[in-house]
Design a binder for this molecule. Structure first.
Ligand code: G3D
Ligand code: MG
Length: 197
């Protein structure tokens, strides 16, 4: 996959961002790009950013590569490609974006998260951050309610965290990055991460 312009360094963790169409993935990527003043690289079908996040407490940079299947979106007809991408590249974390104002599609979001992502052998044990997006809208579901409704509060074989975000204003995005950073850096079990020693 790709046009050869982009060869991400394997020393950076690769984070794949998924979610239904309209969840806010591309908005998140654009917001992070504004805030980080990062170099954008395009590959066929992907929006890719190398995010250099300054972690406040330790003043350490937190570089990782964030992949949004941007050109493809999350439309139903192409969601089978999620599995293809999960197989074709090694990812170290998943960000799953949910539109918390769209209750009608919550069940669909849950189903796709489990059947196309979490139940696949390629994602076994991978850290998961769920972005409870569109918190600026008054009827948005809270992060706690989302965690419950998605079924994350049952035993889940993934370290996970839900973060309330408004991609529109950027609120919460920094926390979402902190969470994926922490989960990748310190896996709940197994050997210490190869990243950020
Ligand atoms: P996708 O990449 O996941 O398919 P987009 O989703 O990033 O294209 O966002 C879909 C729509 O949701 C866009 O509206 C975008 O502006 C809006 N959106 C994304 N995040 C937020 C948010 O936090 N709050 C609000 N209120 N809207 C958000 P349009 O109208 O451009 O289709
Ligand atoms: Mg998009």
């Amino acid at each position: 996959m790709g046009n050869g312009q982009h060869k991400p360094s394997s020393s950076l963790p690769q984070v794949l961002m998924l979610g239904l169409d309209g969840a806010g993935k591309t908005t998140i990527l654009h917001k992070l790009k504004e805030e980080n003043d990062n170099k954008t690289t395009s590959t066929v079908g992907f929006n890719v950013e190398t995010i250099n996040k300054e972690t406040g407490k330790q003043s350490k940079t937190f570089p990782f590569t964030l992949w949004d299947l941007g050109g493809l979106g999350g439309e139903k007809s192409i969601r089978h490609l999620w599995e293809h991408h999960l197989t074709s590249r090694e990812y170290h974390g998943i960000i799953y974006v949910v539109d918390c104002s769209d209750r009608k599609r919550l069940f669909e979001a849950k189903q796709e998260l489990f059947t196309r992502v979490l139940e696949k052998p390629q994602t076994k044990g991978l850290p998961l951050v769920v972005i409870a997006n569109k918190q600026d809208l008054t009827d948005a579901l809270s992060g706690d309610k989302l965690a419950h409704d998605l079924g994350l509060t049952r035993h889940l074989d993934h370290p996970w965290h839900v973060v309330e975000v408004s991609a529109k204003s950027g609120q919460g995005l920094s926390e979402a990055l902190d969470r994926i950073y922490s989960l990748i850096r310190k896996p709940a079990c197994g050997p210490t991460s190869q990243f950020y020693p």
